[in-house]
Design a binder for this molecule. Structure first.
Ligand SMILES: NC(=O)c1ccc[n+]([C@@H]2O[C@H](COP(=O)([O-])OP(=O)(O)OC[C@H]3O[C@@H](n4cnc5c(N)ncnc54)[C@H](OP(=O)(O)O)[C@@H]3O)[C@@H](O)[C@H]2O)c1
Length: 212
């Protein structure tokens, strides 16, 4: 596939670029800096673009088969910028006539029990609340876009650089935890999950939790 990868210079984005390339996809990697390091081999082009700008998104999306997002707010921006990004990306896709969007979201809106989301639990770190709330707001905007083939994939509660095992589990709308109750995934395996979903389309119009 010819894939436009938004946030390609980020931590999850670079690993997603490598996973896409390893599977033979052609990747245009977007960030505001336009600089992406550590991508192996041919078939990857880094390009400058602003994901809050619908004109930019429409121009960049044109001619691609799908958009994969690993966008995240910078430390110096309000997390609510995520809602501006998702609105501009949706508008850009519509204008470019591209239907498929696989979005890296947040775990905060996933269910952890009857009528309880992760963000509502006592242990949820206070400093993560603003970005988790913004990610839920972005999901709510995306969930209205019935005309697009979107999938919203959330990492586990904890995601860090690690190993690519190729193994992970998913749950529709629910936090994935292991036998000890821990919710974890490596960034490499989350990238595997994103690209699996891009290729297999098993979670279209779904908020999908991932983890071990
Ligand atoms: N457990 C969880 O739920 C969990 C944990 C971690 C991360 N996440 C989510 O995963 C996503 C990615 O995380 P990450 O750690 O990989 O983020 P990151 O390293 O901060 O990368 C963010 C990427 O977005 C790009 N970007 C930011 N603003 C942009 C704009 N206006 N236009 C174009 N590109 C822009 C950045 O490049 P430039 O700055 O050069 O533009 C960078 O490539 C985030 O949405 C985050 O909330 C969820």
């Amino acid at each position: 596939m010819n894939v436009l990868l938004l946030g390609a210079s980020g931590r999850i984005g670079q690993r997603t670029a490598n996973e896409l390339r390893a599977r033979g996809h052609t990747v245009t990697g977007v960030s505001r800096s336009g600089t992406v390091e550590e991508i192996d081999g041919d078939g990857f082009v880094a390009i400058t673009g602003d994901a809050t700008d619908a004109d930019d998104m429409a121009k960049l999306a044109a001619g691609h088969d799908a958009i994969v997002s690993a966008l995240g707010p910078s430390d110096d921006e309000s997390p609510e910028i995520l809602t501006e990004m998702i609105e501009a990306v949706i508008e850009g896709l519509r204008r470019a006539d591209v239907e498929r969007l696989v979005w890296t979201g947040g775990a905060g809106g996933l269910s952890v029990g009857p009528e309880t989301r992760l963000i509502e639990t006592d242990d949820f770190p206070e400093e993560w609340v603003p970005v988790a709330r913004a990610a839920i707001d972005a999901y709510e905007i995306l969930s209205e876009a019935d005309d697009l083939e979107w999938s919203y994939l959330a990492p586990a509660a904890l995601i860090e650089p690690g190993e690519r095992t190729g193994e992970y589990r998913t749950a529709d709308g629910e936090l994935v935890t292991d036998d000890e109750g821990d919710s974890y995934i490596s960034m490499e395996d989350f990238a595997v999950a994103l690209v699996d979903e891009l290729e297999e389309k098993t979670a279209v119009h779904t908020y999908l939790g991932t983890g071990y």
